[in-house]
Write a protein that binds this ligand. Structure first.
Ligand code: LMR
Length: 328
């Protein structure tokens, strides 16, 4: 590879990473938005890269671009379709333009914990959801867990009325918009990479996210504190394009999908520990975490759960019933 002097530092770095792939190796570019350390997605993506590069050496070569360095989540789905990247793992809230089925994961208090989410995703209905965007050109490969979401804001949130009138960053999802409106708050959809700055400058007052994101993005530094509501789920779909997957030789595709499946099993099984470590890391770094009594938490349930009825037609009453049965 010839690197000209005109390249910027970051271009040199990515060119250098690209040059590390040998001639004749198929390059798999994986773009995502989180940090790599103490983060469920970051760690899983790194493990996938290591295994592909070791076990498929000579055939395939993976490069991971974390921290929104290449694309944000809106852009990356388009980039998959144009073939600029081959792999992404956006949160399930980011697929609004492609399918309404994932709305079930955004509905507040739908799943009691990540184990319940896992059971739903591995049920027949959950497995079928991975293929729900094929006619739109996207092929869902595996669900990756992150964790349950918590609220944070520029003032203490104990009762739902504390959120009234505040501006909250949400992921671009109609369900999350409706959820915040149910609290009397003003939802502001925004890319992940912009949230810290928006909290810092007061463009928004609060946000909702998992411990690993609150820690990884240092949201706790620019918030009064976080309230442990566990009110929703943040999970991912590892996704590629139908065309790219079909273009692979059978043996290459099989080997790649097997490695991905094994990495998924390993990292999804470890997600509780990663989540707990990130929660502790927030505390160790001086972040405030407020716990709710069962009665206080019930007030949040009562305020937010009415949102379900608005989206029942999109997600299916049968899927809601199946999720509730798993919780029981
Ligand atoms: C967010 O936008 O808040 C998250 O989906 C980011 C991520 O990938 O965890």
């Amino acid at each position: 590879k010839i690197i000209t002097a005109a390249l910027t530092a970051s271009a040199v770095m990515s060119t250098a990473a690209f040059a590390a792939c040998d001639d004749g190796e198929m390059v798999i570019k994986f773009s995502h938005v989180t940090n790599t350390d103490k983060h469920p997605k970051g760690v899983a993506a790194s493990l996938l890269m290591e295994r592909v590069n070791e076990e498929m050496n000579g055939k395939a070569c993976m490069e991971v671009f974390p921290n929104s360095t290449l694309y944000n989540d809106d852009q990356v789905l388009e980039a998959l379709l144009t073939g600029d990247v081959q792999l992404a793992a956006p949160s399930l809230s980011k697929f609004e333009a492609f399918t309404k089925q994932f709305r079930i994961f955004d509905l507040p208090f739908m799943f009691k914990n990540i184990d319940a989410v896992d059971k739903f995703q591995t049920s027949e209905a959950g497995v079928a959801m991975k293929a729900s965007m094929e006619r739109r050109g996207l092929s869902g490969l595996q669900f990756w867990h992150n964790g349950m979401k918590q609220f944070s804001a520029s003032k203490p949130l104990v009762s739902p009325s504390d959120a009234d009138g505040l501006k909250f960053r949400v992921q671009p999802s109609d369900v999350l918009v409706a959820q915040m409106e149910a609290l009397g708050a003003s939802p502001q959809p925004m890319a992940f990479s912009e949230v810290y700055g928006a909290l810092q400058t007061g463009v928004v007052d609060g946000q909702e996210n998992t411990w690993s994101n609150i820690y990884g993005q240092k949201f706790f530094e620019v918030q009064d504190g976080s309230t442990e509501t566990n009110h929703g789920v943040l999970d991912y779909l590892v996704v590629t394009s139908v065309d790219w997957l079909a273009s692979l030789d059978d043996d290459v595709r099989d080997q790649f999908l097997t490695i991905l499946e094994e990495v998924t099993a390993t990292r999804n099984a470890a997600v509780g520990q990663v989540d707990a470590e990130a929660r502790q890391a927030v505390i160790d770094a001086g972040g405030v975490i407020r716990e709710l009594t069962p009665e206080q938490r019930q007030e949040w349930v009562d305020a937010m759960k009415p949102v379900w009825s608005q989206f029942e037609a999109d997600v299916g009453a049968d899927n809601i019933a199946a999720a509730q049965e798993i919780n029981a």
